[in-house]
Write a protein that binds this ligand. Sequence first.
Ligand code: ATP
Ligand code: MG
Length: 745
Amino acid sequence: MTSLLAGLNPAQLEAVTLPRLSVLILAGAGSGKTRVLTTRIAYLIQSGQVSPNGILAVTFTNKAAREMMVRIASMLPINTRGMWIGTFHGLCHRMLRAHYQHAGLPQTFQIFDVSDQQAVIKRLLKTLAVDEKAYPPRQVQWFINHAKEEGLRAARVEVHDRFTQTMQHVYDAYEVLCRREGIVDFAELLLRCYELLAQHETLRNHYRERFSHILVDEFQDTNRLQYQWLKLLAGMGLPNPAAVFAVGDDDQSIYAFRGARAGNMQDFERDFAVQKIIKLEQNYRSHGNILEAANALIEHNRGRLGKNLWTAEGQGEPVRVYNAMTDFDEAAFIVDEVKALHAEGVALSDMALLYRSNAQSRVLEHSLFNAALSYRVYGGMRFYERQEIKHALAYLRLIAHPDDDQALLRVINFPPRGIGARSLEQLQDASRLQHTSLWATALNKCGGEQAAMAEQRTLKKGLPSFVSLILTMQRACADLPLPETIRHVLAQSGLIDHYQAEREGADRLENLNELINAATSFVHEAEDDSLMAFLSHASLEGGEHQADYHQDALQLMTVHSAKGLEFHTVFLSGLEEGLFPHENSRNEANGLEEERRLMYVATTRARRRLYLSFSQSRMLHGQTHYNVPSRFINEIPEHLLKWLQPSSKGSGGSFRWTSPQGEFSTANHLTNQTTNHSMRAGRTPADPTAQPYAWRIGQTVSHEKFGTGVIINYEGQGVDMRVQVQFSRAGTKWLLLEYAKLTPL
Ligand code: ATP
Ligand code: MG
């Protein structure tokens, strides 16, 4: 026990060992809130006050939930697998699976992620003949999710005008469709689970008695529905409610745009009869300069609850600021610094590259890839959202639950099997008339299962071939372990052949193979390793288990997904007005303050070193933008900053090419002029002397990672010029000439 509590400061110790009461820990970044929360779980179990079954802990991301389990497992010799530790979505999902009948769901209900939901809404707008221009699908999606987060079903949405009337009408039709197809979207997980508990007293009592301790991390970001769910689960207002241990930081509230209410903290004090509020003021994470910068920044916000964070660590290094010419220059700078730090012994996984918006990651990824640095992207174009993965999952979903119309529409003619738009329309019309799923309609059209199977050998194309394919796969996979099921489906569906024949299908094939790996590790880690469980996991996890989970890799993510995490070094890129603070924040009340809290979250992720960078020009969504540095940089006192500038040495260069089949060349436009002291690695792409090198189609080249190959094509110009190289071992790749480090042979 003493070892568990050793090292805690007095306020932390008090929080960990409090009696069974509801409490609020209000404290700034890095003050040990999460550590206190996990230590309290271990303490409660070890001191015999509760069994692992009696605990429910909620965090905000899957990554955080996993880290919490690891921390608890390191403190106690128990198996944390069965413990109720997860995200709101994850925990609600678990409850719904266990009580699907009470929740009015089919056993095989499917979870739809954001992009699935959008596709369904698009389809629905078409069916209802609602004009997509007047009612953009994303806006409809927002309307529906927002209503659900407020706990409102379509029937209860207030209608003020024609616009809300149409929205309500679509929402209503969406509910009908979800019910028919057995679909549950993210917001529905919560709402349905809330209703489950609200409507079934026995269940509610069961869980209330079971979970005597409920612990919530990042409490400032809970929305209204999550808050109500917690109240219900804890049995607030009833005799002997659960003790709710909530930790949060009003300065890190960054989900107002998704309905989060920092006001929940005040409500919590009242509703849960909180007698004790504990403040933690010592920051254990960051060196002095970083903490001071973060404190100075957040002081520009008004209406804060107010905290005073200090650190016993020294000042440490100054915050480094890099002023880049272009986004490529910025990326190249980061690559160099990462390499240098890595060479000094900092693990890649202890460095994070953060950005405000996902769209910014493309250029960064490109440079990292060309520099052969391992990296992992959290969020963004997530693994499970990639086209080929979606196709594969659609086949798997049809095996588990063929009435899933969305999955059927996705792959009925992919790979192409000659089912045209007209036959598809006929199928959809028939399904509407008969009120049956597309699958049931298709099966019917083919004369039932047996007829469809009998025709299998003679038909290579058309609807019957699709129907018999799904039936055959269902049978073949019935007894296969999960990874084998996936292997089988990838091959039999024709996806592998399809991408093999595609010119740039190599990456997609790699991703498909990665899906088998993901399933393999899932089988090792999960309690329930069924296909259904895996499909839910794919929707909920959003790819956090993607490629090379255990490999040391630089961490790329948006600032939102970095919440709660910490790294030795943090690179915060794209600090430009319009990007960060984001331009949308201008139109919203309190928008700027929320951006500043986001900036506070970003800066407080760094333990030892923090880089802030911005670029004078940037390509975004196909256009070059010329931006001014973010105001947030100005809000940090100058004495904490160290400005790094590219020196003006070198003249830059121009790009020249002749005919597509002839010669083309590039000078090292940026790379030879950025030789300041911090760039130890020094970029030397094709030619360190920076003389334009004349490349030509047909030229043999060598690449550090891919070996030798031949240039077969090129596109773009200036810094964006890319060449396509046919490598003898690594296949065909498009590479950015500027950074690919190709050597002519
Ligand atoms: P955030 O607001 O960013 O979520 P937090 O308040 O949850 O931060 P933690 O992540 O729990 O903070 O802790 C920050 C770091 O400080 C961690 O590395 C943690 O192990 C360390 N830490 C916390 N308390 C102590 C302590 N008493 N002694 C030494 N290290 C500590
Ligand atoms: Mg935390």
